[in-house]
Design a binder for this molecule. Sequence first.
Ligand code: SAH
Ligand code: TRP
Length: 328
Amino acid sequence: MDPILEGAVEVRSHLGPDDERTLADDVLDGLTRPLKELPPKHLYDARGSELFEAICELPEYYQTRTERSILQAHADDIAARTGAVELVELGSGSATKTRVLLDAMAAAGTLARYVPVDVSASTVHAVAELFADEYDGMSVYGLVADFERHLERLPEPIGPRLVPFLGGTIGNFPPGSRRRFLRSLGKVLGPDGHLLLGTDLVKDPHVIEAAYNDSTGVTAQFNLNVLHVVNRELGANFDVDAFEHVAFFDREREWIEMRLRATEPQRVRVEALDLEVDFAAREEMRTEISAKFTADRLRGDLAAAGMELVELFTDPDELFAVSLARVA
Ligand code: SAH
Ligand code: TRP
């Protein structure tokens, strides 16, 4: 077990040259497919993370404020039932809602450590410093890492652990990898740990679509930012102005699909890959899916991953759900 210093803050980065390789592999794979695609984790560089925070404040993006209200209503109960002494948060981002959980654990007198895990180095550093200052006696161990590849780098538990995975990020996995990923979380939880999973719920498609097509265009900027990332990191020459943001609800699969559409035919060169890719006029490239859930789907996914639902918390309008789960 790592020695835990009260109030200590430490940040480790597990991203390095290897991860530029990951971006290169993903881009090579994705851009040479018959239906082009870029994986969503590359949306979150420093600017992407800032744009996502702006999305969370949009009136159309009901998810953040609804999830926060659910946490506010049930955080004390969650703290008491899990007896958690540490929070290991996956895809923590700026962790604004996490305060609600940390406050409840602090009030219960159990709070000892916070472990934010995110690919965005700037947010992990900022959150680690801020929270170590704010919560007396709590240590922070930040991890700049890819939760799809680096879960084994997590520190050993120091007691019952609560693992928040909020913001509907689990919905960004396609269904098969979603279950595989949930299964891999079993090891992180251990026998006395709990998962706290935030998921958006199936509802009127117009409400969902508005959340990904806001009137101010921040969501479009966020989506288009991935082209800036590829230009910068891999020496590509995407003409960002020649692409537009597309988001629609796939009613059959019950997920939002985000795409970038070429407004005119174009050839893009990716220097680092010595690759040239042609886009036809109106050709679309997928950048993210965001699955919407029902209680049945949640139970099914958790069961398939060797977990059981302990309690499903929702808001009065059933817009969003926060599930407490553990290894079955
Ligand atoms: N939890 C916050 C942020 C959600 S946005 C909230 O609820 O508002 C998704 C977050 O997951 C971003 O901060 C992004 O950087 C991070 N993320 C996405 N893919 C990741 C990956 N593969 N590994 C680690 N973090 C990832
Ligand atoms: N995890 C967020 C979600 O599924 C990510 C997100 C919100 C997003 N808006 C977006 C991703 C727009 C790409 C484009 O809701």
